[in-house]
Design a protein around this ligand. Structure first.
Ligand code: FE2
Ligand code: FE2
Length: 298
């Protein structure tokens, strides 16, 4: 990976998340991660677009790993007495609705940046969650996530080599996702309890995540100089250019849109819509009180 664990680690000053006191918050958070791992099914789409055998083999292996991560989160939720519930609409949109439009967008935005962001959140849980069995599961999973991020970084560098227009498009789209993280930090500053030992650090944690995202863009070669040196106008132009290119690329789907909204047009439900009712997921779910007793015994 182009960033070390040390660079990506945020210092929570030894503050801990308590599995009993913070159960509601942990349940909410774990459900966002669970949804994120179920979106691993999208790898099937990218396997069809893989540029070479090495990339195809990587994706085939990654898809198995993401499915194992689904089980990891179900296991952690069972141990902590948390139940599988729907993810927040914004997370569903970011993870599914914003799916990349090309191989380059997928490896840059979903793998290097997106999974890089998730990896940082995993590091943060490992450092703060006061529940060793859960932390041990996450410690094994992060090794795989690190490989996914590294693959995203390498493939992004390959994709943009000799294509300055693609480099600018990836930069423009990355600026939008970093802006989203900034907005989230602003929202959290207003809403989160300022006296919670871990949660009060979240806005600063998100700012740190954005600094890491910028560093990653620079090391891949997407960003040639510090973001602070890019004027507001230049940034706006990059975003407009990126979305202009995407809009042109999406002209085909725009033309079929009137047909797709007709009532008889079949809307296929995917696993990301149905996983909560899937026997594999419901079979994992432990009744909360029993799980809480187990927890008290550990
Ligand atoms: Fe994963
Ligand atoms: Fe991953």
């Amino acid at each position: 990976m182009l960033l070390t664990r040390d660079e990506m680690t945020f210092d929570f000053g030894g503050a801990k998340l308590d599995p009993t006191r913070d159960r509601d918050m942990l349940e909410w958070m774990l459900n966002q991660f669970l949804y994120g791992e179920v979106t691993g099914i999208q790898i099937g789409h990218w396997l069809y677009d893989a540029p070479d055998m090495e990339a195809a083999r990587f994706l085939a292996r990654q898809s198995l790993e993401e499915m194992q991560h689904v089980d990891n989160f179900l296991r952690i939720m069972g141990m902590l007495g948390c139940r599988p519930k729907p993810a927040h609409a914004a997370v569903r949109f970011l993870a599914t609705g914003m799916m990349g439009g090309s191989w380059a967008e997928h490896v840059a935005l979903e793998m290097a940046q997106g999974e890089g962001f998730v990896l940082q959140a995993f590091y943060a849980i490992i450092d703060t969650l006061d529940h060793k069995p859960s932390v041990d599961i996450l410690k094994r999973a992060v090794k795989q996530e690190e490989r996914h991020v590294e693959f995203g970084e390498q493939q992004t560098a390959k994709a943009i080599a000799g294509k300055p227009w693609l480099r600018r498009r990836i930069l423009g789209l990355s600026l939008v996702s970093m802006w989203g993280v900034n907005r989230l930090a602003g929202f959290m500053k207003k809403r989160l309890p300022a006296d919670h030992p871990v949660l009060r650090h979240l806005p600063a944690f998100l700012a740190h995540a954005n600094q890491c995202a910028e560093l990653r863009l620079r090391r891949i070669g997407v960003l040639e100089r510090p973001l602070a040196e890019l004027s507001r106008g230049k940034r706006a132009a990059l975003v407009a250019e990126a979305y202009g290119g995407k809009a042109l690329g999406g002209l085909g789907s725009l033309l079929t849109w009137p047909i797709r909204i007709l009532p008889f047009y079949p809307k296929r439900k995917r696993l990301t819509d149905t996983y909560l009712a899937d026997p594999h997921v419901t079979g994992f779910a432990l009744p909360a009180p029993a799980a809480a007793e187990d927890l008290a015994e550990t």
